[in-house]
Every structure is written in C-alpha cells, then in structure tokens.
Design a protein around this ligand. Structure first.
Ligand SMILES: O=C(O)CCC(=O)C(=O)O
Length: 225
C-alpha cells in the first residue's frame, strides 16, 4: 500500500495517522483464530495463561511470533507503512496484545511509548507503533485517543501509576488543557502513532470485547537481539 503525500503530512503534523480498511474481514478472521485461543488461556507461552486470568485486562507479549502471525498479509502491510512514515530501516522491536474484556474498568493512562524508556535516541526520534483493531472499537469500548502534535514536545514526565493499572509497570503523564482526539475503528482499521505521541485508552464500558494488538517498530540499528 502506497501512502499519499497527504497521509505522510498528516502523520508528520499530528503524530498519528488512521488507516481505514487495511485488512479485509478474512484477514482479520485469520488473526482472530489465534487471538481467541490466547484469551481463552489455551496458549502456554511467556506466562500468558496466568496473565489472562489475573486482572480485567491482559497484556501478552510477542503474539506475532507465538501465534505465527508474521506470515499473514497484515505484517508486510504494516511494515511497509511504518517504513514509508519513518524510514526504510524500521523493523519490529516488539509486539503486544492488550485485551480488554467487556466492562474492564482499566484505563491505559496517558503516555508516550518512548516515555517507557530509556530508549536509544534513534528509536525516540523514529519509533512508530501500529494499533490494529480486530473488532469494531469505539472510545466507550477503549479505543485509542491521541493528543495531536504532542510528538513535537519532547518526552513528558511520566509518573508511576501502578496503583491504577496493573500491567507493564504502568506510567502516566498528567495532562492539563490538551484536547484529545478519540478514534473509532472498524475491524481491520488501524492507526500509526509516533513514539512520542501522547495516547490513552479508556475503560471498556460496553458488553463487547475490545480486541486489538500493537506492533512497535524501531530503526534496525537500535534493536538488540
Ligand atoms: O491497547 C491499549 O489499550 C494501549 C495501546 C498502547 O498504548 C500502544 O499501542 O502504544
């Protein structure tokens, strides 16, 4: 998929870009087969079984490798888009599945991905994340919200927020007057955001699951094997 100049400009200005219909439903479905097994606790990798049951939100690391997703078309599509946005040398640094079951009260608080550093400078400058929706996801269900142009403001102070979110050593940026843009997604839509773009997902206030996963790309030279 070739991005237009307008799309690249939007990403550079706003720090995020929404792409509609990246995947047709059959390609969403093939990812959802493994996703379903993971959230059913049928996959015994990286402590996944324990993680899926312990709290009303699950963060499962490395799903593309564990579930064999990298052979699926989504992978080349998002890699190609990440490269067009932030450089040909980008590749996957890590990926994660963050699942919010119906009525999960847990927010993923305002943060920049690079705020979870220290990250290498080049990863702070050109790191990029793709958030892919595997069901329709509204803001009430916990979709992504962004602060436009926040990627141009450096790294904000991140406070410890583990009392409010039990996963991943949670951190939080305390915001004052910024205006957030909530995004609604159909299954197969995705968004890309810069490593320094402030973003947030709310609780899942609905009786539907929030299914998505995130792929984080860094410049090759910054990734340690
Ligand atoms: O899926 C979520 O709730 C948060 C995802 C996120 O913070 C990210 O993809 O960088």
């Amino acid at each position: 998929m070739k991005l237009t100049k307008k799309q690249i400009n939007i990403f550079q200005t706003d720090g995020f870009l929404v792409i509609r219909n990246l995947l047709p439903m059959n390609q969403v479905d093939e990812i959802n087969v493994g996703y379903q097994k993971a959230i059913n606790g049928q996959i015994d990798a990286h402590d996944w079984k324990k993680r899926i049951n312990s709290v009303p939100i699950a963060q499962l690391g490395d799903p593309s490798a564990v579930l064999g997703w990298r052979k699926f078309p989504y992978f080349q599509k998002i890699l190609s888009i990440a490269k067009q946005l932030n450089g040909n040398d980008l590749e996957v640094a890590y990926d994660q599945l963050i699942y919010k079951p119906p009525y999960s009260p847990i927010e993923v608080l305002w943060h920049q991905d690079a705020g979870y550093g220290p990250w290498p400078n080049e990863a702070i400058e050109r790191g990029i994340t793709c958030w892919l929706a595997l069901v329709d996801v509204t803001p009430e269900q916990g979709s992504m919200q962004f602060i436009p142009s926040s990627h141009q403001q450096g790294i904000y102070h991140h406070h410890n927020a583990q009392d409010r979110n039990p996963i991943g050593g949670a951190l939080e940026v305390r915001l004052e007057d910024q205006v957030a843009i909530p995004v609604s997604y159909h299954a197969g839509d995705c968004s890309f955001h810069h490593a320094c773009t402030l973003h947030y997902t709310g609780p899942n206030q609905t009786n539907k699951e929030r299914r998505s996963f995130s792929t984080h790309f860094w410049p090759t030279a910054t990734i340690q094997r």
